[in-house]
Write a protein of this length. Structure first.
Length: 258
């Protein structure tokens, strides 16, 4: 009975540690990474080169429904890395996210480790820095020969290192400071040449803006973004479909106010 209790407690500790949401790290060379944008993105899907196994990854989280075929109790509350085959009608939990992530030197990107509480399954997700690129592209999923060898690759603009403006913790102070801007993606103060941040404020008068403007002109002139797909104003381009406008000069004719 004591042995069984010890095993249960060990698994509970493993699950509690693995379900942490730490999504930032500093590489040995000082490169700083923050993957909050990817953590909020949702699930990232890929298929192996034989189109036999489908893989789903959740960055810095364990919310994927992934009921393992031969052991339903493994990752029963959610997984961070899941393997499934419609052809074989089989599902396996590759693992739960094990923080912290590993920052790669020279701004190359990051690696995340996922491990199953049982059966020795383990996967490594490598996210390569893609400056100015989309949030997710170039997905490659590799089915392993051994259960500890799962690999998942993709590129992301969010996996590029950033440089912050230390000691500044508010939007007003940050956007008033020379060579700094307030990054809406991470709610931190970063240097103006930061290419990782897609949504930012560099004018203190826009810090309290709710971006609830009815026209493209008013929206852009207030430091917000006009979503072309939804035809509405937003403070974040991440939610936009069909692109976004930040300069009223480029507003569509039907969205202008005369």
């Amino acid at each position: 009975m004591k042995g069984a209790l010890a095993v249960c407690l060990a698994e509970l500790v493993f699950i509690l540690v693995a379900s942490g949401q730490d999504c930032s790290t500093t590489a040995p060379d000082g490169s700083k990474y923050n993957l909050d944008a990817l953590a909020n993105f949702g699930y990232i899907n890929g298929v192996d080169d034989k189109n036999e196994w489908n893989y789903t990854v959740k960055v810095c989280g364990d919310t994927i429904p992934c009921i393992q075929t031969n052991d339903p109790n493994v990752c029963s509350s959610g997984a961070g890395y899941c393997q499934h085959s419609n052809t074989l009608s089989q599902t396996y939990c590759v693992g739960l996210y094990i923080p912290p992530m590993v920052g790669l030197d020279n701004g190359a990107g990051v690696q995340l480790i996922y491990q199953s509480p049982r059966q020795g399954r383990m996967g490594v997700v490598t996210i390569t820095c893609n400056p100015g690129g989309p949030l997710v592209s170039g997905v490659v999923a590799i089915s392993p020969f051994v259960v500890s060898g799962y690999k998942f690759y993709f590129n992301s603009s969010a996996a590029c290192p950033y440089r912050d403006c230390p000691g500044i913790h508010t939007c007003d102070e940050c956007s008033s400071s020379e060579n700094c801007k307030w990054c809406l993606d991470s709610n931190t103060c970063v240097q103006s040449d930061n290419t990782q941040c897609s949504n930012w404020i560099n004018n203190p008068s826009f810090c309290s803006s709710t971006c609830q403007y009815p026209s493209c002109d008013q929206c852009c002139d207030s430091g917000c973004f006009w979503c072309l797909g939804q035809k509405q104003c937003t403070i974040r381009t991440r939610v936009c479909e069909g692109g976004a406008i930040h300069n009223s000069t480029y507003c569509p004719l039907e969205s202008k106010v005369f």
